[in-house]
Design a protein around this ligand. Structure first.
Ligand code: IMP
Length: 204
C-alpha cells in the first residue's frame, strides 16, 4: 500500500516519531506541518476532542494537497467530573510546569480511595482527505491517579497516571510499551484502518 505523504498538524517531534513508527507498514511518510512548510494558527475552541482535532486538520488541509491529520487529547479524572479534559494543556495555564499541575491534581484527590481515583487519557484523531472527506476516531487508556509523581519517561500527566495492568505509571513505561497501550497509539491504529478502507475505495 502506498499513499504518499501525511501531514500531521503538530509541532511535537515526539508525536511525529511515534506516528511514523505506527504507520511504517503502510509506506506512508508522516511529516509535521512545519517540515511541510505550512504555518497554521488556530484557536482550539471546540467542545470535544474531535472538534479540536478537526479544527487543526482543516486549517492545514486548506493549504495542502496531501492527507492531513491532527490529534487532540486530554486526561479525564472521574472524581473531578472529567477535569481537566479538553482543557488539559491549558489547566492552571499553558506555561505552568507539570510538576505544579500534577501536584495540584494529586492534592485535589487527597483522601480519595483507590477505587474512586479512576481516570483515562483520551485521544481523538481527525483526518482530512484530499477529496475533502473527513474522518475521526477516538481511543482511551484507563488508569488511576497516583499519590505522587513516578517515572521520568513520557510527558505531561504521565507521572501521575497509574496503569493497573503494568503496576506502573505511563512515565515508567518505555516509549514502545506506552505506544502499544496508549490512547494515541490505539487511535492511530484505528485511523490507519480507516485510511486503508479509503485506499481500497480510491483504487477501485
Ligand atoms: P494536545 O492534545 O497536544 O492539545 O494536548 C493535550 C494535553 O493533554 C497535553 O498537553 C497533556 O497535558 C495531556 N496529555 C495528553 N496525552 C497525554 C499523555 O500521553 N501523557 C501525559 N499527558 C497527556
Amino acid at each position: 500500500m502506498h499513499m504518499g505523504r501525511i501531514i500531521f498538524a503538530t509541532g511535537n517531534a515526539g508525536k511525529i516519531r511515534e506516528i511514523n513508527a505506527i504507520m511504517a507498514d503502510t509506506g506512508m511518510e508522516v511529516v509535521s506541518v512545519k517540515d511541510a512548510g505550512i504555518q497554521i494558527d488556530v484557536e482550539e475552541n471546540g467542545k470535544t476532542y474531535e472538534e479540536n482535532a478537526l479544527i487543526k486538520a482543516r486549517a492545514a488541509a486548506a493549504v495542502s494537497k496531501d492527507i492531513v491529520m491532527a490529534d487532540d487529547s486530554g486526561l479525564e479524572i472521574d472524581y473531578l467530573n472529567g477535569e481537566p479534559g479538553i482543557y488539559s494543556a491549558r489547566y492552571l495555564g499553558e506555561d505552568t510546569s507539570y510538576r505544579i499541575k500534577n501536584a495540584d491534581l494529586v492534592s485535589r484527590l487527597e483522601g480519595v480511595p483507590d477505587e474512586k481515583r479512576t481516570a483515562r487519557f483520551v485521544c481523538a484523531i481527525a483526518a482530512v482527505l484530499p477529496d475533502g472527506r473527513e474522518l475521526t476516531v477516538r481511543a482511551a487508556i484507563e488508569g488511576r491517579i497516583g499519590y505522587e509523581e513516578k517515572g521520568a519517561n513520557g510527558f505531561g500527566y504521565d507521572p501521575i497516571f497509574y496503569v493497573p495492568e503494568f503496576q506502573k505509571t505511563t512515565a515508567e513505561l518505555t516509549e514502545t510499551e506506552k505506544n502499544e497501550v496508549s490512547h494515541r497509539g490505539k487511535a492511530l491504529r484505528l485511523m490507519k484502518e480507516e485510511l486503508k478502507k479509503y485506499e481500497n475505495i480510491t483504487c477501485q
